[in-house]
Each structure stands twice: as C-alpha cells, then as structure tokens.
Design a protein around this ligand. Structure first.
Ligand SMILES: *Cc1c(COP(=O)(O)O)cnc(C)c1O
Length: 399
C-alpha cells in the first residue's frame, strides 16, 4: 500500500481528533524515521519528548522483549519482581521518597490532584470539598474532564462541560500573582517548569525558587508537571534542577518508557502520597512488570549513554544555529537543552507552512499555537546530525 491509501483509511475510519502531517511512518532508528515509500526523515518532535532515548532504542527493546516473554501483567492484586526495583531506581535518580506508577501522563496528573485534595483535608485541615488548586494560564496537563476543567484553551474545553470545580488560574511566570491567589483553602500549585505545549515558554529566572518559597510559607504542595520537561529533555534529569529546587510532587511520563509503552509516575518528596490507603486509588496496568522493565531500561539508557550532557551540548549547538537565521518574520528563538522553539510574528502566515516545507526537506516537526515551531529531537542526536538538521532548517526558515 502507498502513503495516500493509509491516509485515506485513517480519514475514513478514524475519529478526526488530530490533524497530522501526511507522512505515514513505518520504521524508526535513533533520530531517524522512514515512511512507507522509503523516504527518510529526522524526527524533531520525538513524540512530544516520549522518545528521548531514540526510536527503537536497542537496550529498551531488549528489556521489553525479555520481560514480555516472562510476565506482562499481574495487576496490583499481587506483587511482581520489577516494581520494587523501578521504585528504588527512580527514587535514587530523582531524589524522591515514594513513587506511584500509572500509565498515561493525564493519569499521573489526576493522581496528583486526588492526592493533594486528600492531603488538604487530612493533613492541612481544609473543610471537606473546599480544596482549591492553583494552576497557570496556557497550561497543558492532559485531556481528561477534570484536567481540561482548568485548561484556558477554548479548543480543549468548548462543548465538554460541565467542568470539575476547585481550580484557580493565574498567569504563568508571575510569582506575585500566584501568591495573591492563595487562600486558606488552597492546597497545591500545579505548574510546568517550562510550558511545553504553550510553545516552550520559559519562566523568568527565579520564578521556580519564588514559588517554591511561597509554597513553603503558605503550606502548599508544589506539583511540577515534568511529563515533557523531565528525564533529560532540558539537559538535566528534571527541569527543576535549573533553579536548584525540589517539588513536593513531580509528574513524569512520556520518556519514562522511551516511547515503547505508556508509563507514568507520581514522585513524592513530602509525605503527600502517604494519604492513599489501600483501595483508594489504582490502575489495572499501573506498575505492571512489562512497564516496569521498560521504564528501568529507559532510565538506564538516559544515565549510561550520557543523554543529559548530550542534550546540553547538542542543544547549545542547535540553538546557536537557529539564532543565526536572518528572517524578520521570526519573533523569538528560545529553549533549554533540546527543548527548542522558533516563534514567528502573527502576520508571518503561520508556522505550519514551514513544517510542511521542512517535511519535504526531510525533517519532521510540528507547529504549536499556529505561530511556533518546536524542535525537540531525540537526545541521542549527534553533532553531525545537528549539523544535518541545521543545513535544512536554516534555508527553509530564512524564506
Ligand atoms: C503530554 C503531557 C501530558 C499528558 O500526557 P498524556 O500521556 O498524553 O496523557 C501532561 N502534561 C504535560 C506537560 C505534557 O506534555
């Protein structure tokens, strides 16, 4: 079958909740993917940072196949020989004390929301059903009803009400606004250290330290959603490290499996996860041995292949190349590690046209919010591959 036929099948039989570029991929290796017609592309999206370790990473593949032959799912009604090891390794790598495993990112977010509400009632003494959680404008935390209840993007919310109450929205990057929104009923602040889907928005220097201090002063749980920024993407294991802080709850997902399988987790520094008693929260697939074996291998690759340092070095090279582009239509070039973005002025005719031309030139990326292109290749990218990418990106974005 050819590319057009696969596209037609998707259009005819699938729900249209995505608008993908018309490239039909069948194979991947490292930073490269191939379409059904045999054309090769560099993947500069990495499945929204889920394939930080590169496509079909051989170490993760081996762990997955080996585990799949032995045992895949036990449910948490029984224990398995992978879960405890994943817990320990995750805690050591992220300086956490307690882990709660789930599957998708949205489930990790939901888990954190439930935990901090319960913590608010049991520990902080907030009157039952009155807990408030503060979140940021232009956030992205997933797609469930409760999570979109505090989205500020009308595309995500229109037609999906009624919504879950108990959330307050403040501007991202404005610690004063955050502090002003705190009341006696506030239990937590949920925030991305860098807003990924909003277009790689980096808060002002000191913001994370300020909100950390304010959460301490007001007795709030700081929840950092590191599902996109965590696990090496910004050049450190967690993006919080750039400001030397530690969240109380940290959410990870995406690259926790290197793209092989949905695995997410809530990591706890404080004792917030301790509020869950047996039976109060769970997931059939959460913490299954296949997921744990894959996640253990995915974490090992990050460390043993030095992907954090590589993200810093290759990120510096990549952003230098992007900054050299001379085009008055470009409003801003920004990023940290290998989470990079080029923003165009609103009258530049949109970013999607550039993504289409980059696709024709052999490089896959995706626009976000009409005017922004995010560049986030797998962290295994080499110097030669960054140069290859820039040789295509610079001329296309100069037009
Ligand atoms: C992708 C993402 C999520 C949601 O993860 P899913 O696995 O798609 O549910 C949540 N938060 C952030 C910051 C994300 O980038």
């Amino acid at each position: 079958m050819r590319s057009e036929q696969y596209v037609l099948l998707e259009e005819e039989f699938g729900a249209h909740n995505y608008k993908p570029l018309d490239v039909v991929l069948e194979r991947g290796k490292g930073v490269w993917v191939w379409d059904v017609d045999g054309k090769k592309y560099m993947d500069c999206l990495s499945a929204y940072s889920a394939v930080n370790q590169g496509h079909c990473n051989p170490s993760i593949l081996r762990a997955m196949v080996e585990q799949a032959r032995k045992l895949t799912l036990t449910s948490r009604a029984f224990r398995n020989d992978q879960l405890g090891l994943l817990y320990k390794e995750l805690c050591e790598l992220t300086h956490s004390h307690t882990v709660l495993p789930m599957n998708s990112g949205a489930e990790a977010v939901e888990t954190a929301l439930k935990a901090v509400r319960k913590w608010g009632y049991m520990v902080k003494g907030v009157p039952e059903d009155e807990a408030e959680i503060i979140v940021c404008r232009n956030n992205f935390h997933g797609r469930t009803i409760s999570i979109i209840s505090f989205s500020t993007d009308p595309v995500s919310t229109t037609g999906f009400g009624p919504f879950t109450p108990g959330f307050k929205v403040v501007d991202f990057g404005d610690a004063t606004a955050f502090e002003a929104a705190i009341t006696e009923r506030t239990v937590a602040f949920l925030v991305e250290p860098i807003q990924g889907e909003a277009g790689v928005i980096i808060p002002p220097e000191g913001y994370l330290r300020d909100i950390r201090r304010m959460c301490d002063e007001h007795g709030l749980v700081l929840i950092l959603d590191e599902i996109q920024t965590g696990l090496g993407r910004t050049g450190t294991m967690l993006a919080e490290e750039h400001e030397g802080i530690e969240a109380d709850l940290t959410l990870i997902g995406k690259a926790l499996s290197g793209g092989f399988y949905p695995v997410s987790a809530v990591l706890s520094n404080a004792e917030v996860l301790g509020v869950f008693k047996p039976g109060e929260h769970g997931s059939t697939f959460g913490g299954n041995p296949l997921a744990c074996a894959v996640a253990r291998a995915a974490l090992k690759v990050l460390v043993e292949d030095n992907l954090l340092a590589n993200a810093r070095e290759m990120g510096a090279l990549f952003i230098k190349g992007l900054r050299s582009i001379d085009n008055p239509k470009i409003k801003d070039v920004r990023g940290r590690g290998l989470l990079l973005a080029v923003e165009f002025h609103t009258d530049a005719g949109g970013a999607r046209q550039y993504c289409k031309r980059l696709k024709d030139a052999g490089l896959l990326c995706k626009e976000t919010h009409e005017t922004i292109i995010r560049f986030a290749p797998p962290l295994v990218i080499t110097r030669e591959e960054v140069e290859w990418a820039l040789e295509r990106i610079v001329p296309v974005l100069s037009e």
